[in-house]
Design a protein. Structure first.
Length: 311
């Protein structure tokens, strides 16, 4: 639908798309689900009559409210679906904006992504942070993300969550304690990039001793295959076991290529086999050791990486 002088507000409505995608991704942990939520939000806007649309004082606020409610409903059903998920469910990883190549889910091939669909990377999309969000109730997650990440006042959050401002304040406070208890790593550093590079080189060399040295003794690796590809169903714990598992995987996939890439705003690795991205790994780091590895192998979560490394 083209923007015409008779519809000056349309530009503002369409211009909210990136903000809505960013909000929905943080609330849902899935680009595909975020796109669905935003599509539903716009469908409700365009289902209104022209007079109804003109009566909305702030289309942006209206869209945010509806998107928040849609996401809240989706989170409730998502919890049930993830309980039936094969193996561990890890949030969908997103690349740096300069590396984003994937098209819409189900497109059957990689397509250039709409710039408005790209996720703005900051601390609130680090894999460690998103994993903590997954531990929250839907109401906690929505209240916390809207207030602490997007800075919406509790009066507006209350209208979205359907609870009083005081109740939303308590929800956000509870969520904040979860984040603090998880002690999610801070901002990415040059040291983290170097550690991931050393990890890549040790893996390529199949050097178990070097991998063990780079891993915290209590490190944990979680893989997400979604039942669609091979992946360990339970977390692998301990530096020695993780190192052995990684060497085992490398032995089963000769010709595996490892690429250093930004994963959810942090230094990470992308594994390709025969030019196809098969794994995206995000890292949690403390000091000079790797403490967590989240390895996403579910191909439905790798569409944004499908052309990564080409050219």
């Amino acid at each position: 639908m083209s923007i015409t002088p008779s519809e000056p507000e349309l530009s503002a409505v369409v211009g909210e798309r990136r903000q809505l995608i960013n909000l929905a991704y943080r609330l849902l942990g899935s680009v595909a689900e975020a796109e669905d939520a935003v599509q539903e939000t716009y469908a409700r806007w365009y289902a209104m009559s022209r007079p109804q649309q003109q009566a909305v004082e702030s289309p942006g606020a209206w869209l945010t409210t509806v998107a928040g409610r849609v996401c809240l409903d989706m989170l409730g059903s998502a919890r049930a679906r993830r309980e039936r998920y094969v193996g561990a469910w890890i949030p969908e990883p997103v690349p740096d904006r300069t590396e984003w190549t994937g098209g819409r889910a189900g497109a059957g091939r990689a397509e250039p992504a709409d710039p408005a669909d790209r996720i703005t990377l900051d601390e609130s999309v680090s894999m460690a942070f998103l994993v903590v969000l997954e531990s929250m109730t839907p109401a906690e997650r929505v209240a916390f993300v809207l207030h602490d990440v997007f800075r919406y006042p509790f009066a507006e959050v209350a209208a979205i969550v359907g609870r009083s401002p005081a109740a939303c304040r308590q929800l956000a406070s509870s969520a904040r304690r979860r984040v603090s208890a998880a002690r999610a790593p801070g901002a990415p550093t040059a040291g983290q990039a170097g550690l991931v590079r050393d990890f890549k080189e040790a893996w390529e060399a199949r050097d178990i001793a070097a991998l063990v040295e780079l891993l915290d003794p209590g490190a944990t690796m979680t893989a997400d295959g979604g039942g669609l590809v091979g992946a360990v169903l339970r977390p692998v714990e301990g530096a020695e076991r993780i190192a052995q598992y990684l060497i085992h995987i490398a032995g089963k996939a000769p010709g595996l290529t490892l690429l250093e890439r930004t994963v959810n705003g942090r230094p990470g690795l992308v594994a390709q086999h025969a030019g196809v991205t098969v794994t995206v790994a995000a890292f949690g780091v403390a000091g000079e050791r790797v403490t967590r590895i989240w390895a996403v192998r579910n191909p439905e979560k790798l569409r944004a990486w499908s052309a990564d490394g080409e050219g």
